[in-house]
Design a protein. Structure first.
Length: 272
């Protein structure tokens, strides 16, 4: 597939990486529009193909008292409004087979969470919507294993699949990125590096995930140098008070400098 398969995606001829970026979860309309507006301005200036990211619900929480969403229809309507307001595509993750048809009415890319990427019925349901399907590599899976997830999408009559590496478990409570997997997965499908989730530190004793946001630029630079097709970055104007994944999120104020640096690196890599 190529990027022109994504509706409303701009700057597809810039030879830059594409970007999936936004808050972890949709917390409300004002926050979503505020984040989207700033990222659109930055990506337009840097000519980065941009897809707004936001989860319409968070089903994979460690504790039952964790924030899961503001209501499915409400959050999906906000994603639709972001798309219409800024004329950009959107992506959200799905967790159940019934989510596929529901979310496909509002967004352009359906994302399969890493914990669920081996769930055949879920992957097939996403594929049958004929939307782009972003397959997040399980933290427990090898890069080579992702060819089977991609093949499920293709066997369902849809050739619009991406793979996203979101790190691999390192012990019980840490993550690492094995950059050797990027060229492997690029043989199967366009490959994205999820920078922020790769820096999570799952705390299984208290059920609240930590992270290393200080390492975001380090991981992102390494991904660009190693020819990732896209980057996935969660951002918020107030990470400390974000309702999900704030501990590993990039502050919105730091996004422009990061993307400018990464775009410069991409240009250098393209010239080699």
């Amino acid at each position: 597939m190529n990027l022109t398969d994504v509706p409303k995606l701009k700057h597809t001829d810039s030879d830059n990486f594409f970007l999936l970026c936004g808050p972890c979860a949709i917390e409300g309309e004002d926050m979503a529009l505020r984040i989207a507006e700033k990222v659109v301005k930055i990506t337009d200036r840097l000519k980065i193909p941009y897809i707004f990211k936001g989860s319409f619900k968070k089903a994979n929480r460690s504790r039952i008292d964790s924030f899961t969403g503001i209501g499915n229809e409400n959050a999906l309507q906000i994603l639709k409004k972001v798309s219409e307001t800024f004329d950009i595509p959107t992506v959200t993750d799905i967790h159940e087979v019934s989510d596929a048809v529901l979310a496909a009415q509002y967004v352009d890319v359906l994302q399969i969470p890493a914990f669920l990427v081996r769930q055949t019925d879920l992957v097939v349901a996403a594929a049958k919507t004929n939307k782009v399907v972003n397959l997040k590599k399980g933290q427990f899976m090898s890069p080579e294993a992702m060819k089977h997830a991609v093949q499920k999408v293709k066997d369902s009559g849809n050739d619009k699949a991406w793979i996203t590496d979101r790190g691999t478990m390192f012990g019980y409570q840490d993550m690492i990125v094995d950059f050797r997997g990027i060229p492997t997965m690029r043989h199967y499908a366009p490959t994205v590096l999820d920078v922020t989730h790769s820096l999570q530190q799952p705390n299984q004793s208290i059920g609240v995930t930590g992270g290393r946001p200080d390492m975001i630029e380090t991981i992102a630079r390494a991904g660009v140098v190693n020819h990732v097709d896209g980057l996935f970055i969660e951002t918020h104007f107030d990470p400390a008070n974000a309702k999900s994944d704030g501990a590993n999120m990039l502050h919105l104020d730091n996004l422009e400098r990061l993307l400018a640096n990464l775009t410069a690196i991409r240009k250098t890599i393209n010239s080699l």
